[in-house]
Structure formats: structure tokens, C-alpha cells
Design a protein around this ligand. Sequence first.
Ligand code: WTA
Length: 648
Amino acid sequence: MEDASDRIISLPVEDRYHTALQSYKKIYNESIEEPVSFWEREANVIDWFRKWEKVLDDSNPPFYRWFVSGKLNASYNALDRHIQTGKRNKVAFIWVAENGDEKIVSYDGLYYRVNKFAKALLDLGIKKGDRIIIYLPMILEAPIAMLAASRIGAAFSFVFAGFGPSAIAERINDSKAKLVITADGSYRAGKVIKLKEIVDSAIAETSSVTTVIVAKRIGLEVQMQEGRDLWWDDLIPRGSTYVRPEEMDANDPLFILYTSGTTGKPKGVVHSTGGYSVWVANTMKWAFDPKDDDRWWCAADIGWITGHSYIVFAPLFLGLTSIIYEGAITYPAPDRLWEIVEKYRVNLFYTSPTAIRTLIRYGKKYPEDHDLKSLRVLGTVGEPINPAVWKWYFEVIGGSRTPIIDTYWQTETGGFVLSPSIALGLAPLKPGSATFPMPGIVPKILDENGNEVKDGKKGFLVLNKPWPGMFLTLNNEPDRFKEVYFNRFNAYYSGDYAVKDNDGYFWLLGRADEILKVSGHRLGTIEIEDAIISSNDVAEVAVFGRPDEVKGEAIIAFVVLKQGFDISGDIIYSLRQHVRETLGPIYVPDEIHLVNALPKTRSGKIMRRVVKAVFLNEVPGDISTLENSASVEEIRQAIELVKKEALR
Ligand code: WTA
């Protein structure tokens, strides 16, 4: 494996930080050496209806169960307990939309609306143990629907509103949901997104859905199917409404979130109620050290895990005030984010490297036009952050005052697993490193044979011990859960490459599998291949990522059309359109190349690795098993042709 140390920028560990590092280490060591007493204490970040009998049941690995027999409710922890303890009038969310719309809701206001909607769900026959689908844009109805579902004990599955019909249908079918909650539409970069229409096409490919609730966001005229579709507002009961929060078991599922894996079928990551809640609340507290008076802005989408954990659950569990923004970050102008930071005097700001790289291109002028002095802490998530981008974020946005909290984690981990932690003791930062593990996390870097590599060497990142925020299983696929994550190394395998430097800092080096990170979105190459193949004109396809300065990775597809198909310019357009209409816009390949053959093994397996290497002008490695070596030359020629055309 290549030596990764050349990617590391080392900064000397200054003396004045030693105390902070020691303080972090003391707590970290306690979490590893005395896990039971550690979690006995830290689990009190959440209110429990009944205390657990055992902190961790590890009798059936890898199906670890935390806070066994403990009883709680997530909606109660997000709302009721704050109402009872003097935070009734505190602002829970400031909602801002790109067209200038704004709504501010207090904890009491949110509590009121969640109770009303929970009652509406009960009246529709939704009950504890049911599964529902939420397909909503960044509007207040999103957290309201999530909390109402949790209140009555129905596990929700949120589908990111950028997904297309097939992706939604697949998730509905896997969870056999009866109810879908959506909106008429949404705005993005000035365009109208017709969400209800997309849901209608998705439902046509499913059989379980009997009810669709439609929130009115933009006043779009939509087709309401008699007997199935209902307006959100029409369901809200009159008069005072209180729905008693269900007593949920710590290991009852809170939600299922589908994420891309290395096969075409997305994985339904199931999160628990107890362990997950304890994990997200604590990790947010440790890493960002939010104060009661702060304004927090996690600029992710609620439809991804980042939004679930750090827009909805953790900030509400901690009783914080958050911004929710609906819209594009450069609309109407590239200072959109900074305008919001200034106007709402945001203190803690959390976004992705792609967002920062996008804004860097527009220059310093835009942030410099705004007063960003309210910012105290900046965070990043979703992909490795280049040291130069880290420094720009630190200097231009943070005025060289704010620490950069680079949080490494995954849908499966529920919350941060590697991150600097202000509340525990902030070690000196190194631009581009997610620094150290959160309490309870034991990261190791292994070689192909499962042996630990030396410091400074690249390897596979695994987590050796269970932690409370760890997912329970994969929905309907316990065997896949074991196989994908635990079989290879007998520990939780993250699928990421990483390196640990001589000071013990961790550096993430990208995915080690068939997963792409495009603008921070996690996409499976095979999902995209399946979508392209389903277009009827395509015989074979290979999809892979190429490094991209802004998006992290760009999607490249090499396609062999079916025999007799007339190759014309339009096919590329229609293939892109096909991917957009099935999976959604984030999956559309940046480049599609048509070739007559793809390199294959003798057993007929397409060698994506070889196509990628040739494309990137790297040595393709061992191609002795290749059945049709002429195809390699053809790919080379196709690329040459593109280069020549680009020069013209
Ligand atoms: C990548 C997003 C480097 C990583 C929360 C991981 C990161 C995948 C970082 C999970 C980071 C996330 N530095 N890489 N700070 N954070 N990743 O499930 O490849 O959408 O495996 O969860 O994002 O993506 P997911």
C-alpha cells in the first residue's frame, strides 16, 4: 500500500495545548477502561422513563444492545422536558428559505404542532411499531413529522427530497410503508421541484401505500388522488391536543435510513431509540460545546444522517436554537450563507467541504461583505477536507479565531466517531485531520490481512468496540449486516482508508470500496450502473469516480450500447435524463463515454478498476486475467478523442 505520510501537514504540538490534550485523554481513557460507569453517567444526558437494567448486552455480537430494558421517548426528550424546565419560550428553529420566507418556532410552538400531528397520525390508524416514509424538503413539517412519528412509536424512514421515483419506490417497498408524508413542492436555486408528482410516480411502482399526506409549501396545484391523498392542514385536529409519548424500549428502532452500499440495493440502517439518543446528544456536546444562548446551524439536509442527528435530534435534545435553511447555498448570490450567519448571528456553523470549495471559487469578497464575528466554532463533515480548504475556512470565515471541528462519521455510526472535542479538551488541530476518537470509540488501522499497520501507513479503518450510537442492524437483512461490516476484520469495518500519524492523529483518505462521495453525497457506483442499464439501450456499463476539485468526486460512466443501436449525440442526453428521472439529479454522471467493449475477466466480470485506471492515466495493475485486452486500447482512444474535442 502507498505511504500516505506525504499527504500530512504536521504542525508542532504546542505546549499550551498539553493540558487540553490531557484532559481529553483522561475522559477518553475512562470511557475505554470503565465503560459501564462511564455510560451509566453519560446516559443521563437523556431523560428515561425507566432506567436500563444493563448498560451493554454483548452476548450476541455483532448485535450489541445498549441500555437494555431502559424506556424513553425521543419526542419527549426533544420537547416535553424543555417545556417543563423553563424553555417554553426559547426558539427551537429559525426557518429561512431562499425566497426570503422565514418562520420562527419556539419549543412550545413545536410541541404544540408535534402533538397535533401525532394525533392526526393516530387518527389515521398509524400506531406503535408501524413504518412510515417521509419525503419532505427543508421545511418545519420535516422535524414535526419525525418527532410526531417518534412520539407514537412509529419508526420513520426519511427519503432525501433529491431522490427520484425509483429510489423512493425501493425504500417504500423495503419498509412496506403504508403512509408517505410529502409536500406539494419546494424551491431550489429559484426552480420549483414538484415533489408530489415525484411521489406519485414512485407509488406507482409499489403496493403497500394507502395514504399520502401532503404539506402545502409553495401552493403548487397538485393532483390529489381520492381516498389516498390528504392535505396536512386538513388533518390537524381542533382544540387542545396532547398525545402521551409512547414508552419505547431503548432498542426499539427510532428510524431507518437507507444508504448506499456496494451492491445496487441500498442498505436500511436501523437506529435504536436509546443508544442513538445518548450518542448524538453527547457527541454534539463534546465536540462543539454549545452554550444555551448559542445559535447552531447545521447546513446539511434533514434527509441525510447529518440532518437527522444534528439538525433534529441532538440540538433538540440539548434544548438549543437552530437554523434550518431551505434552498441552494449560492442562491440568489454566493453570499447566501454569510448573509444568514450575519443576520441571525450564528455562533456554531457546520457544513461540508464541498460547500466550502464551492464558495472558495467565488472569492473572499462575499464573506468579507458580511459581519461574521458571531461565529465561534466551525465544523465540517462528509468527506475529507483538503488542508488548503481547511485553512481558507479557518482564516476567511473564522477570522483565524474559530477551531475547525472536522467530524468523521457515517450513517451507520449515528453520530461523530472521530472529531476534535472542545468540551473535553481541544488538542491542537492539524488541517485535514479529524484528530482523535470520541469517548468509547476504538479505531484501528489494518492491512489486508487484518494486522495493524505502522503509524504513517495507510490502511483500512475499523472500530474495535461497540458504541451506543452504533446501528442495530440492516432492515430485513441481518446476515448482510454481519457480512458487510463484521466478517472481513472481525470488528466494525468502515469501508474507509485512513492513516494515523506519529502524534496519534487520524487522517481519512477516502473510501476503500465501490462507494463514491459526490458533493458529500454517498452514492453507490452499482446503483448508478443499474439505473443506466435499465434504460433499455445499454448492454454494459462501468461507473467510477474521478477526483474533482469542487465536488470531491465526479461520476464517470463508460457505456456499451446494445447492438444495432444508432450512436448519435442524443443518447448521452437521454441516458443522463434517465438517471435523473429514476435515481434523482445527484446521481447524474458528469461524463458518459460510449465504447464498443469494456475490459472483462474471462468469467465475464467487467473490470471497473481497469477502466478507471486507464481513464485516470494510471497503471491499470494486473490485467493478465483480461479476456479482451483490445478494449483497454479502445478506452484510451475514447479518452483521447474527448481530450482533443476539449482542445478544439
Ligand atoms: C465520509 C456522513 C473524511 C467517509 C456523515 C464515510 C468523511 C462517509 C468525513 C459516510 C470526514 C464523512 N472526513 N471523510 N470528516 N465524514 N466522511 O454515511 O467516507 O453519508 O465513510 O455519513 O463519508 O457517509 P454518510
